[in-house]
Design a protein around this ligand. Structure first.
Ligand code: SF4
Length: 333
């Protein structure tokens, strides 16, 4: 006989873990909570509590998690999305995909809507064929919201090879925190070796960042995006009024996606300010890059990012030796 157990955490202060409550809420909203046979508590300061014993036995360090037992075999799921997909809604990916309205209609429909509503709509239309591009603080807020929708989604990150060690640790922390898969895309080896062989490792200080960004970011991005139909970015209008002031919530991208058509691009935070993003991060316990506590605001590659200077605009701390209108890496056209 099959038994499905959900293990939830109760913190030492007696409060239930917020993420466990969110996941439970998603299951309830989707009419799936009844499919869980037992909910078990792991009480943080009580190692003998049933959930803590299970976590110890299975070597699990995050909550919630799910155990599916059948025919003397156990399967453990650390990701609620994977659990839902494999155990509660198998075959959901084979259902007919909903029809996607034209970008202008979607833009009209979603104008003025909250980021969560925009993300929910994007994932309803595209599911795992929609990817969140993850590098900065805004992007983890997007991941948090995507998790809140309870719908499937994908995440990728570009490893330029020049990121701060703190950023690599941050990416892995996010992966563990949400129990998600993050696809890491690297530059093409041949293109990179040819570029570095000819121009060295710091040519961007002499003749601009465009060439290096093309090899390390733009080309890998195009390769990754060719596997999706839509993507979600953390761009905001207020990041750089010279280049992002007219940013739209939904737009047809210039990049080609899966099947050869242009990707649909969602910018759910377009109308948010930096302060709103940070308020969301703090109130939802969203992980962030430790460099933010050391004065960094917009974080990219290590040689091209510096802490924000007094009175400086946020994107001014990227490629600070170049003109403001050129401070984009080519990922967003
Ligand atoms: S941000 Fe700097 S190091 Fe990174 S890809 Fe662009 S130019 Fe190269």
């Amino acid at each position: 006989m099959k038994e499905i157990i959900m293990v939830k955490k109760r913190k030492a202060d007696g409060e239930p873990c917020r993420k466990c409550l969110q996941v439970e809420e998603q299951l309830r909203d989707r009419g799936l909570l009844d499919r869980i046979d037992r909910i078990v508590w792991a009480v943080e300061n009580e190692p003998a509590s049933e959930g803590m014993v299970m976590a110890e036995r299975l070597g699990v360090e995050i909550a919630p998690f799910f155990i599916v037992s059948e025919n003397n075999q156990e399967k453990v799921y650390l990701s609620s999305l994977q659990f839902i997909k494999k155990e509660l809604e198998p075959g959901a990916e084979n259902r007919k995909a909903p029809e996607v309205p034209p970008a202008v209609e979607l833009a009209d429909e979603l104008a003025g809507k909250s980021p969560l509503t925009v993300i929910d709509r994007a994932l309803s239309l595209y599911g795992e064929e929609c990817a969140i591009s993850f590098s900065g603080a805004e992007d983890v807020a997007l991941i948090e919201m995507a998790v809140q929708t309870g719908k499937p989604f994908s995440v990728f990150s570009l490893d330029t090879g020049r990121l701060h060690p703190e950023t690599y640790r941050f990416i892995d922390r996010v992966r563990k925190h949400y129990g998600i898969t993050i696809r890491i895309a690297s530059p093409d080896r041949e293109a990179l070796e040819a570029f570095v062989g000819e121009k060295g490792l710091y040519s961007f200080y002499e003749d601009g960042h465009k060439e290096c960004c093309t090899v390390r970011k733009v080309e890998p991005l195009k390769r990754v995006l060719s596997g999706y139909k839509a993507w979600i970015t953390g761009q905001r209008k207020d990041q750089n009024p010279s280049t992002r002031g007219l940013l739209e919530m939904v737009q047809k991208d210039v990049f080609t996606g899966k099947g050869g058509g242009n990707l649909m691009k969602f910018n759910p935070l377009a109308d948010w300010t930096q302060a709103q993003v940070w308020s969301f991060i703090r109130s939802h316990g969203v992980p962030y890059n430790e460099l933010h506590d050391r004065g960094y605001v917009s974080i990219g590659c290590e040689p091209c990012t510096r802490p924000q200077q007094p009175g400086e605009h946020e994107r001014a701390s990227r490629w600070w030796w170049e003109e403001g209108t050129k401070r984009e890496c080519g990922l967003h056209k």
